[in-house]
Design a protein around this ligand. Structure first.
Ligand code: ARG
Length: 459
């Protein structure tokens, strides 16, 4: 038998394969609450405009609540023959309330319906994204405050470069996640225009009130162009794009945590709550949460590329290709929220190993730049020459198998006669970080100022 929703011109029902490729109910059932909210707003508006009767609207709106409770209670029977959530809900409504159900789809199409449902869903995800980021940022700020003056090696090329502070390193991630937060808020604001009432693509001849439905559903305004309203998936792409950048940040941090928690680094102890053991090696404590965050990021990047690819060749307005938007976004959103929560938990629980951090900070001649800077400041040597002199001193220390502060004054003076006792003041890692007072620098003083700034911003 042909489809009860659109089968008027059809003599036969679809092939089983056609049904399999066409049906979206397996995944778009996640839009049930949004679909019902949209339909309830639409029915109220139709009645307010005198397009359907008040009593029909009342019956429809009540019936939709019954459908919702059936879905939430797990008693609703989803049908693949009814393709998607929109037709499943409407068909059930018909069974419950009878004839008035057939008036709900007046001045509406599944094209504006699905765009509205999906926008409502993605909007909730933007909000969850915001909360997840805020929680993570708070955890990082707490870490920064705890270790504002702990010294650790700063790296370039993953080679020891200059000493930095633990607090400064944590606040670097705060900056990244705060940019993500600003992108989230920006995207959330931009997407908040309502497609409902665009109908199939051209608008409708019925005297609908799109401002009313937009307002009921919490949108700032109706989308201004009906063709664009039904064919726009920028909101989903902005979500995925923003999620991808954030995911990249999460992955970088996850990578650092994997390295830092290794026996070779011992910079950090991850809590038991966010680690696992090995079934064969009893001594192991593995940073699985960090590794899974690093790995799950691939799905988010993948979803972004997949939906960009779906959209890039589509002529206006709606094409069925767009049904492929949902699974990608659902999966990316689920995994993003999980990754954010796991990262927040790990950061909240982790213990920086102050002693190991400090020992590592002084290894690898990390204060060589301080030595060169001292030569410039105290002896007037041009920086390029100071760089050269310092290089020779590093080579000397390497040969003697000692660190820079362990070189004797006599040995140092054999390289440059301008060197005096005062040099030793700048060679310690604490002196080094304390001197980095330039705005945005790693000095504990600056770190504490930034912590205070973030605490004020976060309230
Ligand atoms: N299930 C469809 C989707 O997700 C709903 C819109 C279908 N519209 C249509 N004209 N076939 O995109």
């Amino acid at each position: 038998t042909s489809n009860q929703m659109w089968g008027g011109r059809f003599a036969a029902g679809p092939d089983a394969i056609m049904e399999a490729i066409n049906a979206s109910i397996g995944f778009d059932k996640r839009l049930a609450a949004q679909d019902i909210a949209g339909s309830r707003a639409h029915a109220a508006m139709l009645a307010a405009q005198g397009i359907i009767s008040d009593s029909d609207a009342e019956v429809i709106r009540e019936g939709l609540l019954t459908v919702l409770s059936e879905i939430e209670g797990g008693t609703f029977e989803f049908s693949t023959a009814l393709e998607d959530i929109h037709m499943n809900v409407e068909a059930r409504l018909k069974q419950i309330v009878g004839e008035p159900a057939g008036r709900l789809h007046t001045a509406r199409s599944r094209n504006d319906q699905v765009a509205t449902d999906f926008k409502l869903w993605v909007r909730d995800q933007f909000d969850a994204f915001e909360s997840g980021l805020l929680a993570l940022i708070r955890a990082l700020v707490t870490q920064a405050e705890t270790g504002a003056d702990w010294v650790m090696p700063g790296f370039t090329h993953l080679q020891t470069a200059q000493p930095v502070t633990w607090g400064h390193h944590m606040l670097a991630y705060v900056e990244m996640f705060a940019r993500d937060l600003s992108r989230v808020r920006d995207g959330r604001k931009r997407m908040n225009e309502c497609p409902l009432g665009a109908a199939a693509l051209a608008g409708t001849g019925f005297a609908i009130d799109r401002h009313m439905t937009a307002e009921t559903l919490g949108f700032d305004r109706p989308a201004a162009n009906s063709l664009d309203a039904v064919s726009d998936r920028d909101f989903a792409l902005e979500f995925l794009g923003t999620a991808s950048i954030c995911a990249m940040h999460l992955s970088r941090f996850a990578e650092e945590l994997v390295i830092w928690s290794s026996a070779q680094f011992r910079f950090v102890a991850l809590s038991d709550r966010f680690s696992t053991g090995s079934s064969i090696m009893p001594q192991k404590k593995n940073p699985d949460a960090a590794e899974l965050i690093r790995a799950k990021i691939g799905r988010i990047f993948g979803a972004n590329v997949a939906l960009m690819t779906v959209m890039k060749g589509l002529p206006l307005a709606y094409s069925k290709d767009m049904q492929e938007d949902k699974e990608q976004v659902f999966d990316a959103a689920d995994n993003l929220m999980l990754a954010l929560a796991a990262m927040e938990g790990m950061v909240r629980d982790m213990q920086g190993n102050r002693d190991a951090l400090e020992a590592a900070a002084s290894a690898g001649f990390s204060t060589a730049t301080d030595l060169a800077d001292w030569l410039v400041r105290e002896t007037g040597l041009p920086f390029r020459e100071a760089h050269h002199v310092t290089g020779s001193l590093v080579a000397m220390a390497e040969k003697q198998g000692c660190d820079l502060p362990d070189l004797s004054l006599q040995d140092m003076r054999s390289v440059s006669g301008a060197i005096t006792e005062g040099i030793y003041d700048v060679l310690g890692v604490h002196n080094s970080v304390a001197s980095r007072l330039s705005y945005g620098g790693t000095a504990p003083e600056r770190v504490r100022e930034q912590v205070a700034r973030w605490k004020e911003i976060l309230g």
